[in-house]
Design a protein around this ligand. Structure first.
Ligand SMILES: Cc1ncc(COP(=O)(O)O)c(C=O)c1O
Length: 389
């Protein structure tokens, strides 16, 4: 690139990439011939259900699906999404006005800020949290206020601790339950508190429910179950983790019609929607027999129990997560997140994610994923014994 061409301020202002050091070390360790076990990335290792793949194959052969799709999604896809909300949560939504399809929920999360954040607006984000809430905000000139999620508060943000001046300037409150990276779930009472906060301060309550189906106890609630939620809230759903479809790029946003329309307005201008054959496959996924997701939950539950027990036996005790495929492990006294992640990789060939990569309040933890077979999880923990934690 010519020296006179500078990257835009929004790119220059991005926080340093905290995983760069891990990526470098990973290459170095792999070049020594070590068989690396990666418990870093949250990407399912089992395939998309066969009936979903079959539907894609059939739909891909139909020339009607080869043209530009509508940005807001096929009416049938939005109806399937509405049907999903009704059957899972008893929430009735209008598929024409309260649902918009997304090219993966990440797209919608980033574009919500394009639609609603003006320069200097404040966006309230969980810390630790999925990085896109922050990046979407700063790309649009906004500033984030980080709400720490602490174990003593069940990894819920303390909304009463948000200063009045911050609440006054706030435009969006981001929540994510079941939570990445802590694995926590939120009770409905907390969602009620969040909706009341949104109403009081004129703030959009945006709930990221990417892990909604991966739970091991009671089904976690949708924020749209709360009375009045439809006035201020939008919820983001994803087929990625529920149906092993991370590569397919399909999800949807559902909730307040003005918020959904704002998101739609951005999308008409910057994308042209999801390949229709993928939407047809998405319909097949959303209309799957409950047994499909039940099998996935059973798989992750077994892995969770194996990994949590094995970690405890090598000096890394942690709470079994009630949901998600993440295990949030406190680092032993005397270690840091980055230091422990480095030792796991260089001394045991195991990739884990340092908690501070998700925000300062993630310091003191590492995140491990359950996206590997039980034998690999057992072996990973066994190798960590060498660290003498
Ligand atoms: C909390 C959270 N939200 C959203 C996403 C994005 O998912 P997708 O864009 O595949 O729907 C992820 C992906 O890892 C995530 O962890």
């Amino acid at each position: 690139m010519p020296a006179s061409i500078n990257k835009a301020q929004r790119i220059q202002k991005l926080p340093p990439y905290l995983f760069a050091e891990i990526d470098r070390l990973k290459k170095e360790v792999a070049s020594r011939g070590v068989d690396i076990i990666s418990l870093g990335i949250g990407d399912p290792d089992t395939p998309t259900p066969a009936h979903v793949v079959e539907r894609l194959v059939t739909a891909a052969r139909n020339p009607a699906n080869h043209r530009y799709p509508d940005y807001e999604g096929l009416p049938a896809f939005r109806r399937a999404a509405a049907g999903w909300m009704a059957s899972r949560y008893g929430v009735t939504v209008d598929p024409d006005a309260e649902v918009v399809s997304l090219i993966g929920s990440k797209e919608g999360i980033a574009n919500l800020a394009v639609a609603f954040v003006d320069p200097d607006d404040v966006v309230l984000v969980p810390d630790p949290g999925y990085p896109v809430y922050h990046v979407g905000t700063v790309f649009n000139g906004g500033v984030t206020y980080r709400m720490p999620l602490r174990r003593e508060n069940a990894f819920l943000p303390d909304l009463a601790a948000i200063p009045a001046e911050v609440a006054r300037r706030a435009k969006i409150l981001w929540l994510c339950y079941p939570n990445n990276p802590t694995g926590a779930v939120a009770p409905k009472a907390f969602f009620e508190e969040a909706i009341r906060f949104g109403e009081r301060h004129g703030v959009i309550v945006a709930h990221d429910a990417a892990y909604a189906e991966l739970f091991y106890g009671e089904r976690p609630p949708s924020i749209l179950e709360v009375p009045g939620a439809r006035d201020v809230a939008v919820e983001f759903h994803s087929l990625s983790k529920t149906f092993n479809m991370t590569g397919w790029r399909v999800g949807f946003a559902v909730g307040n019609r003005e918020i959904v329309a704002g998101l739609g307005k951005v999308k008409t201008n910057v994308d042209s929607g999801i390949f229709q054959a993928v939407q047809e496959a998405g319909i097949a996924a959303l209309e799957s027999d409950d047994a499909v997701v039940a099998r996935l939950r059973a798989l992750y539950r077994e892995r969770r129990d194996v990994l949590v027990a094995a970690l405890a036996s090598v000096g890394l005790p942690c709470d079994p997560p009630p949901a998600t495929f993440y295990v949030w492990v406190p680092v032993p006294r005397g270690e840091t997140s980055a230091g422990l992640a480095k030792r796991c990789l260089t001394e045991a060939g195991v990739v884990v994610t340092p908690g501070n990569g998700f925000g300062d309040a993630g310091e003191g933890y590492v995140r491990l994923t359950l996206c590997s077979p039980v034998e690999r999880l057992r072996e990973a923990a066994e190798r960590l014994r060498a660290l003498r934690l």
